[in-house]
Design a protein around this ligand. Structure first.
Ligand SMILES: Nc1ncnc2c1ncn2[C@@H]1O[C@H](COP(=O)(O)OP(=O)(O)OP(=O)(O)O)[C@@H](O)[C@H]1O
Ligand SMILES: [Mg+2]
Length: 222
């Protein structure tokens, strides 16, 4: 379902070239739950954002269900992304002027009309993360960990086929971390969502189907 071919990203900073991702090849089947591990700076976020259509590769291709996503126009790519992919990024932020429920429903509101079933799904997702009591609260009234979990729930609202999660549990306590992992696992098993999870947590990685390891921009399967 996801294929990366010789995927490469070279950044140039002050005339210096930095090879963040170097000729990475891999494929992920539909319904797989794959983790990506590796030291800080090894290229994990860069890799994920090229797969998600957010960072244009210097070389190589990303195929999702056979579509070469980087050959699409900007408009086609953003439509493709909104339809297929849910993002949980390292610093995903909520809109301060919208309450929690409205933040959750934002991806729906942006692409169409919010219906009853969307609202029910929003509440169900909040319940799974133990957050139903704060549906009406505004982001500034939440703790950092609560904000983080709302952003996690938001990624699922449009029933994406793929979840790209970049350390979604980075600054959460153990209990919230377990809730987020449970939600990912549940959506993977029940809804068949394909998950790519970047994590520094070995125990979490060990719970997934397969571990990919990034080292200095190279990918090693382990
Ligand atoms: N926009 C950018 N411009 C220039 N260099 C960048 C940019 N983004 C990342 N880099 C560099 O590319 C390399 C890989 O960065 P990346 O963010 O992919 O690492 P990472 O594995 O996600 O690290 P971490 O675990 O700390 O999040 C790093 O050396 C980083 O400094
Ligand atoms: Mg990163």
């Amino acid at each position: 379902m996801i294929v990366a071919e010789r995927l490469t990203k070279i950044y140039s900073i002050g005339g210096q070239e930095l090879k963040a991702v170097r000729g990475v090849n891999f494929s992920v089947e539909r319904g797989e739950f794959v983790s990506i591990v590796g030291h800080s700076g090894s290229g994990k976020t860069t890799l994920l954002s090229m797969i998600g259509g957010l960072t244009r590769p210097s070389y190589g291709r990303v195929l999702i269900d056979g579509t070469d996503i980087w050959s699409l126009s900007d408009e086609e790519l953003s439509r493709f992304r909104n339809k297929k992919i849910g993002f949980m990024f390292q610093f995903s932020s909520l809109i301060p002027t919208l309450n929690v429920k409205a933040n959750l429903l934002l991806p729906v509101a942006l692409s169409g009309r919010v219906e009853r079933h969307h609202e029910e799904r929003a509440m169900e997702l909040l319940e799974r993360l133990g957050l139903e009591h704060i549906a009406g609260a505004y982001p500034s009234q939440l703790s950092g960990g609560e904000q983080r979990r709302v952003a996690v729930a938001r990624a699922f609202i449009n029933r994406p086929e793929i979840i790209l999660a970049d350390e979604p549990t980075g600054d959460l306590d153990e209990e919230s971390e377990a809730q987020v992992m449970e939600l990912l696992t549940r959506m993977n098993r029940k809804e068949g969502v394909t998950v790519l999870l970047v994590t520094h947590n070995r125990e979490l990685a060990a719970q997934t189907d397969r571990i990919l390891r990034m080292r200095g921009g190279y990918l090693q399967e382990s």
